[in-house]
Design a protein around this ligand. Structure first.
Ligand SMILES: [Zn+2]
Length: 172
């Protein structure tokens, strides 16, 4: 486990497309971004919260000892109660275990399926329903022929739901 003193600001200097919102951000504004181990890149705001670290008190004590600067601190840590150690450790390790450019799937909204990318949802539905893109297109052609405007109109409720999901996914 890596423990470090703070978040590394991982600002982008070139443009990128957020995999969560689909929005393109240009390089003019510095925006903190995250990468997960599966290659998703998104604005840091969408990074999922980490659960408190559950480790035995003895390990906490050893880590505090490992970082202690003086003999006096050492003695204090050695003789402190378990409760005291837990409280000190909470202050000491109040940072992330993970770097913004190497997030595990549990902190990625896409990998953990807290947020569905259209592409992922589509391939899942195709697979589940035994469809192919071709079959789906044939079906759509039959229903809407050359009338793309009607297609848009009929699909509008779904499109709006999707847009709303994008707007509110700060709370995922
Ligand atoms: Zn991911």
């Amino acid at each position: 486990m890596k423990i470090r003193a703070g978040f590394v600001s991982n600002s982008s200097s070139s443009s990128f497309t957020c995999d969560v919102t689909g929005k393109e951000h240009d390089g003019e504004y510095e925006i903190d971004t995250c990468f997960c181990v599966n290659g998703h890149r998104f604005v840091s705001d969408f990074r999922l919260p980490e659960l408190p670290v559950q480790i035995p008190v003895d390990k906490m004590r050893n880590r505090l000892l490992g970082d202690s600067k003086s003999e006096k601190d050492n003695l204090g840590i050695q003789h402190a109660s378990d409760d005291q150690i837990q409280s000190w450790y909470a202050d000491y390790s109040d940072e992330s275990e993970y770097e913004d450019d190497d997030l595990p799937p549990k902190l990625c909204p896409i990998c953990s399926f807290k947020f569905g990318r259209t592409k992922d949802l589509l391939v899942y539905m195709l697979k589940r329903d035994g469809l192919t893109e071709e079959k789906l297109l044939t079906e759509i052609q039959k229903k809407f022929g050359g009338d793309y405007q009607t297609f848009q109109k009929v699909m509008r409720p779904q499109t709006n739901l999707f847009k709303k999901r994008i707007r509110t996914n700060m709370s995922i």
